[in-house]
Design a protein around this ligand. Structure first.
Ligand code: C2E
Ligand code: MG
Ligand code: MG
Ligand code: MG
Length: 274
């Protein structure tokens, strides 16, 4: 259920189902229009190396400034888009914005170039032309595909062969692939050891609960697995110095979270690097 569908106050449950179905249709139409008009914004959240604090990349996070409802977060509209073909439009939208931002960073003389990590949903990934679209768009914007990274969640592992092929095709053009939110859903160590993921992104609950022995043990195990499969680790949701110190001691490579930096607007991003 979308958070933004207002409670209409109807007592008849069938009436409220109808109303929320209509509200959902309306929101979907508004999202389509917002995408067509270029209203959605992408914020850029820095990812830092734990060893020296250097910013190595940014994750692209979508925001929808809605006229009536205010700024909507991805959890309020991504699921809706995923129910329809809109997710493909949304994915392409994010890709274009990522390419534009990378071009702007390169034009600022950024060296070494940071990468931008793009979240991709399962439905977009299952499209055979997905990687071709990234390549075409990179060519169009004059950027190197090596500057783009993909973040995929475990839920898309449903089709193991598709993800295997995706990784191969990405690696052929130097696009790295991360498992997002590792540790949520049904953590799949069995898949991990056979898939050539470049990065494991540790779900933020782990970062927040590092003071609990069981959680600490899990994180140690995940880091050991990452080492074994030659992947690096990005801890998500790092908010305190204590968490950062602990992650450093555990041998975690990178950190992302409010301590490292809040998601930046495009203007803030460019200002921060010059
Ligand atoms: P994610 O990929 O795990 O992104 C990280 C989320 O954690 C972001 O939420 C970010 O704002 C939040 N976060 C970052 N640092 C901290 C911190 O220190 N503390 C806390 N409490 N939270 C932190 P956001 O922006 O609401 O995004 C939620 C999810 O929506 C993302 O999770 C991603 O799965 C999805 N998403 C975002 N943009 C896109 C997009 O363009 N396409 C697709 N398909 N999904 C997207
Ligand atoms: Mg992500
Ligand atoms: Mg994540
Ligand atoms: Mg997360």
């Amino acid at each position: 259920e979308s958070d933004v569908i207002a409670d209409t106050g109807h007592t008849d449950p069938s009436a409220s189902v109808v109303t929320s179905a209509i509200a959902k249709l309306r929101l979907e139409a508004q999202l389509r229009e917002a995408l067509e008009q270029g209203v959605l914004e992408i914020l850029w959240q820095p990812i830092g190396a734990i060893a020296d604090g250097r910013i190595v990349g940014y994750e692209a996070l979508m925001r929808w400034p809605h006229v009536d409802l205010g700024d909507l977060m991805p959890k309020q509209f991504i699921a809706l888009a995923e129910e329809t073909s809109l997710i493909v439009v949304l994915g392409d939208y994010a890709l274009q914005r990522v390419c534009i931002a990378l071009r702007a960073l390169a034009d600022c003389g950024c060296s070494p170039m940071p990468y931008i990590a793009l979240n991709v949903s399962g439905r977009a990934l299952s499209s055979a032309v997905f990687v071709d679209q990234i390549i075409a768009s990179a060519v169009r914007h004059g950027i190197d595909t090596a500057w783009i990274r993909l973040e995929v969640t475990e839920s898309v592992f449903l089709d193991y062969h598709q993800i295997e092929e995706l990784i191969q095709r990405c690696h052929a053009v130097n696009i790295r692939v991360a498992v997002d939110d590792f540790g949520t859903e049904y953590s799949n160590f069995s898949h991990l050891h056979r898939l050539a993921f470049d990065t494991i992104k540790l779900e933020q609950n782990f970062t927040h609960d590092l003071d609990q022995p069981r959680c600490l043990a899990m994180v140690q195990a995940i880091i050991a697995v990452a080492r074994a499969i030659d992947a690096d680790i990005v801890a998500e949701g790092v908010e305190t110095d204590a968490q950062l110190q602990q992650l450093r001691q555990l041998g975690c490579d990178y950190a992302q979270g409010f301590l490292i930096g809040k998601p930046l607007t495009s203007t803030e991003l460019l200002a921060s690097i010059s």
